[in-house]
Design a protein around this ligand. Structure first.
Ligand code: PBG
Length: 333
């Protein structure tokens, strides 16, 4: 027998040769337990309205939330994230509507926590859906005022907690807000309400469709670079995460997702706490468009979500949560 020395003795293809062995050696997996579905709420009755910039995603009036919540429950998605589309006449320079106990978020929280007590609900703490200028904070002398904004945010967080919110998610990027919110929650006996800090939130170009979905896009005249992070930076992300953990964050978010997998990985490796990723609206729209135009196939959804698991994310906020849950369920059949 002639032995051919010029061929490799290590053949990685041996562990790829059939489905069964690929399943045995696979290093990561995506389950429904990893998914968080964002839901947009609007005013009115009996309304399920599509969003042009986010095909496949709707805005629901509170009385129609059961339609989407039933799907969430049937797939056993652990948590939803609520976002309001606020009408123009309810917006002002100070985002006052954020503190109205009958605003869309409060109404939705009461409804969901009553009818779906086993599903977690997270809410953004930030003023952008409520301000006439579309910024996350209050403007004083043409600048976003950090400390004045926190005074409102802390009340927004307390109100959400009172209405039954399980996970308070400050997404405003003001300095020191996590500590103030944690203290206030504890003081008012909401010590079991968690904080998921959007610790690492970049001033990104991928938020466009979301801003349209919450109705802040046309209001926003300038960028958010004086409070959201510069996408050239990564060391700064560690400083943000370190501070937020010290201030009492239970989990941290990296946002957007796919352009920042390096950040997810290094935060996970260095801090060993639950890191959540937000596959934001622009990422969703691009993939959705590609699938619709048949430029890429539908499996790209799972591939994109798996990249977060590889990077070390514990969970992913994604507009694909229902599609992914369906795919995962079908795989198991
Ligand atoms: C606002 C907020 C934004 C998103 C979530 N919360 C947009 C922004 O900062 O302008 C973006 C989510 C997405 O694009 O899907 N605090």
């Amino acid at each position: 027998m002639k032995i051919l020395g010029k061929f490799p003795s290590t053949r990685l293809r041996r562990v790829r040769k059939s489905g069964w062995i690929r399943r045995l050696v696979s290093e990561n997996s995506l389950s429904v337990n990893d998914l968080i579905l964002p839901i947009f709420v609007r005013n009115g009755k009996n309304k399920i309205e599509s969003i042009k910039t986010l095909p496949g995603v709707n805005r629901y009036s509170v009385d129609k939330l059961n339609v989407i919540m039933n799907k969430v429950r049937s797939f056993r998605i652990p948590m939803v994230a609520l976002f309001p589309y606020t009408e123009k006449n309810k917006k002002d320079r100070y985002g006052t509507e954020a503190l109205n106990k009958n605003n869309l978020i409060c109404k939705s929280l009461r409804f969901i926590k009553k009818k779906y007590p086993d599903i977690g609900v997270m809410c953004d703490v930030a003023l952008d859906p409520y301000t006439s200028h579309g910024h996350d904070g209050i403007i004083i002398d043409k600048k976003i005022d950090n400390d004045k904004t926190i005074e409102v945010l802390v009340n927004q967080a307390l109100l959400q907690a009172k209405m039954g919110c399980d996970v308070i998610a400050p997404s405003d990027m003001m300095d020191g807000r996590v500590g103030v919110i944690r203290k206030a929650l504890d003081k008012y006996s909401y010590q079991n309400v968690s904080i998921l800090s959007y610790a690492v939130k970049y001033a990104s170009n991928f938020y466009g469709p979301f801003r349209d979905a919450v109705g802040s896009k046309s209001n926003l005249k300038s960028d958010k670079k004086s409070y959201q992070m510069d996408f050239k930076n990564s060391n700064e992300a560690f400083r943000e995460v370190g501070l937020d953990i010290k201030e009492g964050a239970d989990m941290v978010m990296v946002k957007p997702g796919m352009p920042y997998l390096d950040i997810i990985k290094s935060i996970k490796d260095n801090f060993r706490i639950p890191v959540f990723a937000y596959q934001v609206s622009g990422e969703y729209s691009l993939i959705k468009h590609g699938i619709k135009k048949k430029l890429i196939n539908e499996e790209s959804i799972i591939e994109s979500l798996m990249s977060f698991k590889r990077a070390g994310a514990s969970a992913i906020v994604t507009y694909f949560a229902l599609d992914a849950a369906k795919k995962i369920k079908n795989q198991l059949k």
